[in-house]
Design a protein around this ligand. Sequence first.
Ligand code: NDP
Length: 400
Amino acid sequence: MAKVLIIGAGGVGGVVTHKCAQVPEVFSEIVLASRTEAKCKAIAAQIDRPIKTAQVDADNVPELVALLEREKPQLVINVALPYQDLTIMDACLEAGIHYLDTANYEPPGEAKFEYSWQWKYQDKFKNADLMALLGSGFDPGVTNVYTAYIKKHYLDEIHYLDIIDCNAGDHGYAFATNFNPEINIREVTAKGRYWQDGDWRETEPLSEKRSFDFPAGIGPKNIYLMYHEELESITKHFPEIKRARFWMTFSDNYLKHLEVLGNVGMTSIEPVEFEGKEIIPLQFLKALLPDPASLGPRTKGKTCIGCVARGIKDGKEKTVYIYNICDHEECYREVQSQAISYTTGVPAMIGAKMMLEGKWMEAGVWNMEQMDPDPFMADLNEYGLPWEIHTVNEPTAVDD
Ligand code: NDP
């Protein structure tokens, strides 16, 4: 029985609050705080249990500390934006509270995805006897746990890892992003990067393309190589991996819009002067695009996110594919949100549950693949993200 404080009342925050509320034996008290308290209250109103709400500017450490000292939760679930990771970690250290997030820190002025800033907190969390669990969403998050599970049960050594994220859903808009547009577009327009033989190789944005035949009736789709933050921690913690890549599906329509927006400068994060005021084009674009939280009722179709790992088991080559299929409309019926927020919010709740139940509680800063995957995998089946596993005794992979 524990009190949890959720920070961020966006698409993911809504799902985390719903899912924590479904598990009262672990989350006996829930506080939801965000920049705009009205959004917290709107989420609280969807739920049968009392959810306390608060206003907080998570860029402001003293404000956060005051909130934490007032509420005294055991754990903070940070589902605000990646820009707030460090201030929330600082506040947790000051107030003596465990921490969890779903995305690595990003400096606002630079589209840079790396764990270095947060890994630097290792000693501080250890010395304070507190735990920080990083990246407990789907990717990063479940994909890290899938990799650890494959290594624990299916392969003695993983040599090739391909993480493949498919959203086969349709929201009916000409162009919209399924989660925070600013974060999403910064990620998609960044250079691709993958791990090969002990080093990073860079590719031009979305220049590497393959076709992958997805299960559950989704069928073949184009997948594009991107950099994704879990590649950094997974290749660090499984140094035997020779090559690790991340792929995502994009429709031709999405890519055409993105190209045009990029060509006219709308996806830039460089400030420009407009009518005597400095604006950041990408932030202006965000104001024009549909709020991802509003896509829920309109989105149909499925997501399929998984890991294809190839390696050696008992001296023989083997390929393992673990994935989850999630249906946008079913998610909406359950928690009033589409599958992208759902697939992030459920693992955030499960990561928090692992910590509060003591299954994953250890002082320091941790990535998901460093923990025992078994209890987390069991809870994925229990709490809405069941997985499938296929193995092939042949050296097949995404391509080659
Ligand atoms: P949204 O933009 O929908 O929600 C973010 C929320 O954080 C908003 O309610 C926003 O407030 C609030 N917020 C922003 N800045 C502050 C601040 N300074 N102080 C307090 N609250 C603040 O994003 P999502 O819900 O889609 O994403 C949440 C997180 O989940 C992000 O970090 C994202 O990167 C991560 N994510 C991780 C995934 C994974 O698989 N690992 C996948 C998808 C997302 P306001 O409403 O006032 O704007």
